[in-house]
Design a protein around this ligand. Sequence first.
Ligand code: FES
Length: 166
Amino acid sequence: MSEKDHRVSRRQFLTYTLTGVGGFMAAGMLMPMARFALDPALKAGAESEFKYVCEVADLTEEPQNFPFSFDQVDAWYESEVQREAFIFLRGEEIVALSPTCTHLGCTVNFGTNEQYPDQFYCPCHFGRFEKDGTNIPGLPPQRPLDVFEVKVEDGSVYLGQIIQRT
Ligand code: FES
């Protein structure tokens, strides 16, 4: 073979270069889309694990706020997630409510409104919920507070996924 056979023509060089650059740019555009498509599946896996929150002995019949945190790995990014739950005893059952108001997402508190000491109160738009999380009709929140999955093991309370109520 002569040296001329190994030479890359100007046309071939441009074709290879443009194909390479085009492929690189296409990958750059498609990667975020692929990540958005897969992210819910990754999150669902992470959220399905139960996290330790407190001891059963700490619980009373009045809802108490228990903050808890856990590490979450999202692809290459690791972060500490902060959560809180209102947990109380209803007979033998343990109830864990999300403190996120179902109107626009403010944080509710229990017993902070002097007029309604047995209810959850949201200061943002004066939303109220019964002790079991049921929304009071005629106020901004249109559905009950969400609940956590609860698991008890050796006297310890673990919370899992948040279940949306309608
Ligand atoms: S955010 Fe709670 S009442 Fe509006």
